[in-house]
Design a protein around this ligand. Sequence first.
Ligand code: SAH
Length: 272
Amino acid sequence: MSERPRFPARLTNPAPPAGRSAFAIKNVANGPGAAWGGDPLRSKNQAMPQASSGWGLDSGAVRLRMVQKLAAQGVQAPAVLEAMGAVERHRFVDSGLVNQAYEDTSLPIGLGQTISKPSVVARMLELLLGAEGAQHGRLGRVLEIGTGCGYQAAVLARIAREVYSIERLRGLHDKARENLRPLRLPNVHLLFGDGMAGYAKGAPYAGIIAAAGGEALPQAWCAQLALGGRLVAPMAMQGGRQALVVVDQTRHGLKQSVLEDVRFVPLKSGIA
Ligand code: SAH
């Protein structure tokens, strides 16, 4: 078991470009204005003693920068930006990868699986919040297929009332349990099993989100969507591509939209 990383950590970030002061950020906890006018890395650096190599930073400043980038890329939902700014991604990756925890990159989490990159997590959560049934930018009960290390479940816990997250690999299910324990999230329920069948006991769901992509969407997922509920999942397309698919449960039946190409680990059946 690798030791849990601690912050402040020394991150060898390059200096931010001079003069980059106006962040296109809206609606995050602190809101626009003076507090967001400067570069948080720079002001933090000035406030702290210089480390002999790299910059002494706390993880909040680095996360803030990640959130600012997400907002600049077009993520608007305040709940998503707030949640991504609050959950400490570095706690979910191995100690050797801590320096990359807030970069927009997917990272290995063991057993051949990966934690999705922050921009993809934010994009999918924002899509999920676009469900007709979402109220005041929040969701009711949500099902996540593919708990992995538990990071996305922790983010979901801040935007949904109840989170059921299912994982087919025992090793990762246990890892997620360990990662999430210190956060004490009473609204997150971790399940070990094959998510292809969804999780009927928690249905119907306001949202279903899959972190693994298959050839088709399992019928059970659509069947477990509440009216006004939305499913967001990667799915195989022609020519070996994979794209994000959104399915809405409407009064007139299921409505499916195919969005941009993505790259997720495969959805597999059975447990291991
Ligand atoms: N949301 C995760 C991402 C994990 S990667 C995180 O934040 O870390 C996708 C995960 O889906 C992998 O752990 C993989 O084992 C899992 N998976 C694939 N097929 C599955 C299935 N049928 N049921 C449950 N989990 C599945």
